[in-house]
Design a protein around this ligand. Structure first.
Ligand SMILES: C[S@@+](CC[C@H](N)C(=O)[O-])C[C@H]1O[C@@H](n2cnc3c(N)ncnc32)[C@H](O)[C@@H]1O
Length: 255
């Protein structure tokens, strides 16, 4: 009779730190959910509160922007570059879900790889988004996507998973010096828009290790994010490389 409350209080003492960490991660998630919820109202110019968006952000058990078969494909790419010397780069890591997923895959295989994840952590760069709207005819709502984020929120989530080889960089990827990362074994390009992808593909390509692989997300026509498709196709065609689309929308470049 006595053992149970004693055990419970010892658990609270010994696992107090863990409880606090989980609690602060929940608070971070709640704060983000409120931000995304309010942004959704502004974007859609609604005069009522969209509770569905709030619950999705706060409670969803599936926070990935890739489907299971796309995540499986990405894990296969990581396996394929297993013998290639070089770091891994994710350009556009947003809230860090895929970063955590891929690094958990590496951790379970006992692999330690330097993983550099870049993002503005403030959404799209204005002139890149303006170009989509004025030149590519996209909705001006894209200005608001991913703007509710903070590097320290993502860092807290990654720390909670115990990752030590991930470096987060808050930057506009078009101003980032990719030459310093050479050699790169794997690059996931996930910044959605035409201008930044057109800018960084040559910078990544020249720094890839032989056998390295670049994956460009959103290579699908007729979507809000088809600037990625245009930039990918222009790049591979200009370099005489094959157009390879895997798992519905992943543009592949094998070096
Ligand atoms: C689709 S999200 C990335 C999703 C993430 N890879 C995942 O799978 O969870 C696109 C991200 O690109 C970032 N982004 C857009 N333009 C950028 C730029 N020029 N430099 C750095 N990050 C950028 C946005 O802030 C946003 O977080």
């Amino acid at each position: 009779m006595i053992a149970k409350p004693l055990k419970t209080s010892l658990n609270v003492i010994f696992y107090g730190d863990t409880i606090m960490t989980k609690l602060s991660l929940q608070l971070i998630r709640l704060r983000r959910a409120i931000g995304v919820w309010l942004t959704d109202i502004i974007i859609r110019n609604r005069h009522f509160i969209n509770r569905r968006v709030f619950y999705r952000e706060a409670l969803s058990l599936y926070n990935y922007m890739f489907s299971p078969h796309q995540l499986a494909y990405l894990c296969n790419v990581l396996d394929r570059v297993g013998q290639v010397e070089g770091c891994f780069v994710e350009v556009g890591c947003a809230y860090g879900s895929t970063t955590a997923y891929l690094n958990m895959h590496l951790k379970h295989q006992g692999r330690t790889v330097d993983y550099i994840a870049l993002d503005t952590f403030q959404g799209f760069v204005s002139n890149h988004a303006d170009y989509e709207v004025s030149v590519r005819g996209k909705s001006s709502s894209l200005h608001h996507f991913f703007s509710i984020n903070k590097k320290k929120w993502v860092q807290a989530g990654l720390d909670d998973c115990g990752f030590t080889k991930i470096r987060l960089e808050q930057t506009d990827c078009t101003t980032f010096d990719f030459d310093h990362l050479k050699p790169i074994a794997f690059a996931l390009v996930d910044v959605d828009l035409y201008l930044p992808i057109r800018d960084i593909l040559p910078k990544l390509y020249r720094n890839m290790a032989p056998g390295g692989i670049i994956v460009v997300d959103d290579c699908q026509p007729d979507t809000l994010w088809d600037g990625a498709n245009q930039a990918y196709r222009e790049f591979v065609e200009a370099h005489g490389l094959p157009v390879t689309i895997a798992a519905d929308k992943l543009g592949i470049i094998i070096v």
